[in-house]
Design a protein around this ligand. Structure first.
Ligand code: NAI
Length: 343
């Protein structure tokens, strides 16, 4: 079992005396910077001069060029998008970082797959919230915490784990409901990618197929889409899983529903799903997924865009668009395109 810290077991003091540079003021950067400042930590922001930098200044932070912010701080939170991190690290941070500093990542990806290879004399830690940026900001304001995985890749000072736990606590994991779990860069990268390639991918494509099949069987698109995902019931079930356990939440469903789920659940795994999961895990562990994604970016994201186009062309999304227009919502085809790295 992994080591777990919560509540008063979490000592945030080691971070209170450090100067912190938050590199990147996006989803995680803004939330973590504001939470640290709230706890009395000295924070400066390192950012390119864009709208995110304007937001940081509007929030009352001083914004420095990335290299200057990194050079001056004891603790550097590297919170740029994963695709952007390697080039910015190579060109702006590597030349200025020095012995005695702690470099922290919120994801294990770039270190695990070798896209960033920091100098030997830095402490290298991971503080990875299992929470979107909005939750990292809002939950502590309501006195609630969230889970964070921490890991140490390099411990030059002998205090790297202590600093990682303190940082996790200071951004909000020590509040009730939160916890800090000892992990590693490799473990975090593996579970993150595994979730994305298995249940997250399967859920979207399975729900899509369910809708299409119901509509083909004569059900109205409105009823099919609302029943399958647009009602928000799925989100409520997700919340109940966190509170009552994966199958404990089934007690909230009717007996008819419980019987149906118990009857059918296992059969979905019989049809090759386990084999596919194993294949997904192997491609994550041997690095072939990371290699393919790196190549895709180098080659201009042609397949990425093609797959998006093909998916959105499906007839279901014409029907979704009509329903969502009447409900005043943003449909799949209108949702903002994914931010892709500038190169
Ligand atoms: P984000 O996409 O919100 O980052 C935006 C920031 O990146 C802005 O400050 C922008 O100025 C900067 N930026 C974008 N392109 C740039 C470029 N070419 N050069 C220099 N700066 C550039 O990033 P997000 O989602 O906060 O992710 C940061 C880290 O946190 C990643 O390692 C991610 O895996 C991790 N993480 C993210 C979570 C989330 O909720 N989004 C959850 C847990 C971890």
């Amino acid at each position: 079992m992994a080591r777990v810290w919560n509540g008063t077991e979490v000592a945030v003091d080691p971070v209170l005396s450090m100067s912190v540079a938050v590199i990147g003021y996006g989803n995680q950067g803004r939330a973590q910077a504001l939470n640290l400042r709230e706890r009395g930590v000295r924070v400066s922001i390192g950012n390119v001069d864009d709208g995110y930098a304007d937001q940081a200044r509007a929030d009352g932070f001083s914004v420095l060029p990335i290299a200057s912010a990194g050079e001056q701080a004891d603790l550097i939170l590297y919170l740029l998008p994963d695709e952007v991190q390697p080039a910015v690290y190579r060109e702006q941070l590597a030349p200025v970082l020095h012995r005695g500093q702690v470099l922290s990542f919120a994801s294990g990806y770039n270190i695990t797959y070798g896209f960033i290879q920091p100098a030997q004399d830095l402490d290298l830690i991971m503080v990875a919230p299992r929470m979107i940026g909005r939750g990292v900001l809002d939950l502590p304001r309501e006195g609630r915490g969230f889970p964070v995985l921490v890991g140490v890749e390099k411990d030059v000072s002998g205090r790297a784990l202590e600093v990682a736990v303190a940082l996790a606590g200071a951004i909000g994991a020590a509040f009730p409901g939160g916890c800090i779990v000892e992990s590693s860069f490799r473990e975090e990268a593996t579970i993150d990618l595994f979730s994305e390639h298995t249940w997250a991918a399967a859920t979207v494509y399975l729900l899509k197929t369910c809708c299409e099949m119901l509509i083909d069987a004569g059900v109205s698109p409105e009823a099919a889409i609302l029943e399958t995902y647009a009602s928000g019931e799925l989100g409520e079930i997700g919340k109940a899983m966190a509170e009552l356990g994966l199958v404990g939440q089934m007690r909230l469903h009717s007996h008819t529903s419980q019987y149906g789920q118990l009857l059918w659940g296992d059969r979905w795994l019989a049809a090759g799903a386990r084999q596919l999961m194993r294949e997904a895990l192997e491609k994550i562990q041997d690095g072939s997924f990371a290699e393919a994604w790196h190549r895709e970016q180098e080659e201009g994201l042609e397949e990425f865009r093609h797959r998006w186009g093909e998916l959105l062309e499906t007839d279901l999304f014409t029907k979704e668009e009509a329903l969502y227009r009447r409900l005043g919502r943003v449909a799949s085809r209108q949702a903002e395109p994914t931010k892709t790295p500038e190169r």
